[in-house]
Design a binder for this molecule. Structure first.
Ligand SMILES: Cc1cc2nc3c(=O)[nH]c(=O)nc-3n(C[C@H](O)[C@H](O)[C@H](O)COP(=O)(O)OP(=O)(O)OC[C@H]3O[C@@H](n4cnc5c(N)ncnc54)[C@H](O)[C@@H]3O)c2cc1C
Length: 398
């Protein structure tokens, strides 16, 4: 085997590193090409769903991640007046070894994976290596890289483009990123204030419906993250001013406004899915293939599900064991379920929280109370929340 006979991965985010770890673990040589000088330390995603933890366990990464995170078995829907409904993931302990959401920042996962695999003989990460071009022939893929001010090339049998929402791989392949951008932006404020002091029955994952100012509250180790929508008319600079942030935070609990702010981020939110996820020997996964609003925590989780599925198929192809059509099924199943399930569900989650029509609000609250109160409905709903239903649906897409 020549040193070029390997699988290339663009991007050392959670999706690229999961794909690379899953391949190396099966003895398939993989090189990750990362544009940055090191791993990103952005916090961004902070929720790992039960089946994602089951997958990470197979890579040896679940246990160290759980040790650095906060296990959240309960999730609530609320209004400012109080609780609408609560769901407990221990209800699906028959189908997952991790019946809880794990609240941990995504940079913890990438650091853990890198530490676990960096000395593995089949695993390599090359930093300061931004993929710019992709060309293919019968035997493989050649990527052109910008590195240290110059250009270089790397060759591999297959390429996984896991280089994020602005994917250079997707652009080099000429694939459209179809969808739309929401007019409002999302403001994420992190505070060391413990919201249990102000709202004693609050679950670590709580979505608060409100036609004027919906928000969600997520607990991570040492902090709570609060997310609000920011109307299109409010300028970015204004939304990041201390007064604006304090005014939003003051809407959470009547009579309270004295929250210390650890950090805050404002970001644009999109619903987009790449038109194709495979072109010859090149594949897209994670944010390079799909992005959605964060209500439900499905972006990174769905990306990790892509990475695990694709790595298994590429491993079979590498060993010459895949059935005809095995690689094409990646796009059919993972793109199919992303369009049908993840995009639809995250858009619906947003509509439920922001509904201004009183009958729509009443219907959402009635549905949630009925679902939480009926064990069979609650079980099915937990399968949806945890993304187990999306994995089953993907497998059924054939
Ligand atoms: C505020 C916020 C909150 C979120 N919360 C959640 C949540 O709770 N749950 C959830 O599931 N998702 C959440 N998400 C989404 C989640 O962060 C992304 O889905 C996730 O980061 C996708 O991982 P990725 O590896 O595909 O891409 P990225 O994390 O973007 O990683 C891509 C990597 O590729 C590198 N790269 C870029 N261009 C190139 C190039 N040309 N060549 C080589 N390398 C390149 C980048 O440097 C980066 O390291 C959230 C996002 C935001 C912004």
């Amino acid at each position: 085997m020549s040193s070029d006979d390997r699988i290339l991965v663009a991007g050392a985010g959670p999706v690229g590193l999961v794909a690379a770890a899953a391949l190396a673990r099966q003895g398939i040589p993989v090189t990750v090409l990362e544009a940055g000088a090191g791993l990103s330390d952005e916090s961004r995603a902070s929720t790992f769903h039960p089946p994602t933890l089951d997958m990470l366990d197979a890579l040896g990464a679940a246990r160290p991640l759980i040790a650095e995170g906060l296990a959240a078995p309960r999730l609530q829907y609320r209004t400012r007046a109080g609780r609408i409904a609560e769901f407990d993931f221990s209800g699906i302990a028959d189908v997952t070894r991790h019946p809880f959401r794990l609240q941990a920042e995504q940079f913890k996962l990438t650091r853990i994976l890198y530490a676990l695999y960096r000395d593995h003989a089949d695993f390599a990460v090359e930093f300061d290596s931004a993929v710019e071009t992709v060309r293919q022939d019968e035997e493989g893929v050649v990527v052109g890289l910008r590195r240290g001010g110059g250009m270089a090339e790397r060759r591999g049998r297959f390429l996984i483009g896991a280089d994020g929402a602005r994917s250079a791989v997707r652009r080099a392949l000429g694939i459209e990123f179809e969808g739309f951008t929401w007019p409002e932006r999302f403001l994420v404020v992190s505070t060391p204030f413990d919201f249990h002091r102000a709202i004693p029955d609050l679950a670590p994952v709580s979505y608060v419906a409100d036609p004027g100012q919906w928000h969600f509250l997520l607990q991570i180790p040492g902090l709570w993250r609060v997310m609000f929508p920011v109307p299109a008319a409010v300028a970015d600079e204004h939304a990041l001013e201390a007064d604006y942030i304090a005014a939003q935070m003051a809407t959470i609990v009547a009579g309270r406004g004295d929250y210390p702010v650890a950090h805050c981020t404002l970001y644009r939110v999109h619903q987009r899915v790449a038109g194709r996820w495979r072109q010859g020997r090149a594949f897209l996964a994670g944010d390079a293939a799909h992005i959605n609003n964060p209500l439900g925590g499905m972006g990174m989780n769905g990306g990790i599900h892509d990475a695990v599925d694709l790595a298994a198929r590429l491993a079979r192809a590498w060993r010459g064991e895949g059935e005809p059509g095995d690689l094409d099924r990646y796009e059919r199943q993972r793109r199919g379920v992303t369009v049908e399930y993840v995009q639809t569900q995250t858009i619906q989650n947003k509509r439920n929280l922001e509904a201004s029509d009183p009958s729509e609000q009443a219907e959402f609250r009635r549905r949630m109370r009925e679902t939480a109160g009926d064990p069979a409905l609650a079980y099915d709903y937990l399968l949806k929340l945890s993304m187990i239903a999306s994995l089953r649906r993907a497998a059924a897409l054939g």
